[in-house]
Write a protein that binds this ligand. Structure first.
Ligand code: 5GP
Ligand code: MG
Ligand code: MG
Length: 180
């Protein structure tokens, strides 16, 4: 285990089992709809790659980088588009794939934007959900795991750009970010 990790919350095997369950449910729900599956960069890349491999239906993928965070652990409430989609969402059934829903600000802003762009339907699939921290009401349709209010890294999720490649989700030692 990486020395900066306090505790592993979900092992690679835990994650793969949950991703398989979610992928099969999504495949059933989106059968015949050719959904546009949108990966929110960069945190959701590993989750996206695994979830689509468990969705045995025709679909398309696109990528967007939208951020309410700087390098730190506190949301500013400000959402910026760093990289927009390549494709049009008009009349598409859109599935947003996100790493973690925290305050909900990022997804609220993104859902509003995709509604303005006239998506036919918008659903959200997140690996992790921290319901205690919610500020904006957002409907999260598919959730892998609900977690307590701890700062986690791994399986795509970073602190200051690091730890995304860890195959598990772990709680970062407080000393790693409290001294910065
Ligand atoms: P929200 O707008 O819901 O507050 O923030 C959502 C985004 O903040 C997530 O998609 C994620 O990128 C980041 N975030 C929130 N909580 C955590 C966490 O515990 N660990 C990491 N690495 N990122 C987080
Ligand atoms: Mg994210
Ligand atoms: Mg981040």
């Amino acid at each position: 285990m990486n020395n900066d990790i306090d505790k592993i919350l979900y092992s690679s095997a835990d994650i793969q089992a949950e991703v398989k369950r979610l992928g099969q449910q999504l495949a059933a729900d989106y059968q015949g709809k050719n959904p546009l599956v949108i990966c929110i960069l960069k945190g959701a890349i590993l989750f996206m790659a695994d979830i689509v491999r468990n969705m045995d239906i025709p679909l398309e993928m696109d990528f967007m980088d939208i951020s309410s965070y700087g390098a730190g652990t506190i949301s500013t409430g400000e959402v910026r588009i760093l990289k927009d989609l390549d494709s049009s969402v008009k009349d598409r059934d859109v599935l947003i794939v996100e790493d973690i829903v925290d305050t909900g600000r990022t997804l609220k802003a993104l859902s509003d934007l995709l509604k303005q762009r006239e998506a036919n339907s918008i659903k959200i699939c997140t690996l992790l959900d921290k319901p205690e921290r919610r500020v904006e009401g957002v409907d999260v349709d598919y959730v892998g795991f609900q977690i307590p209010d701890e700062f986690v890294v791994g399986y795509g999720m970073d602190y200051a750009g690091h730890y995304r490649n860890l195959p598990y989700v772990g709680i970062l030692k407080r000393e790693v970010y409290e001294n910065n």
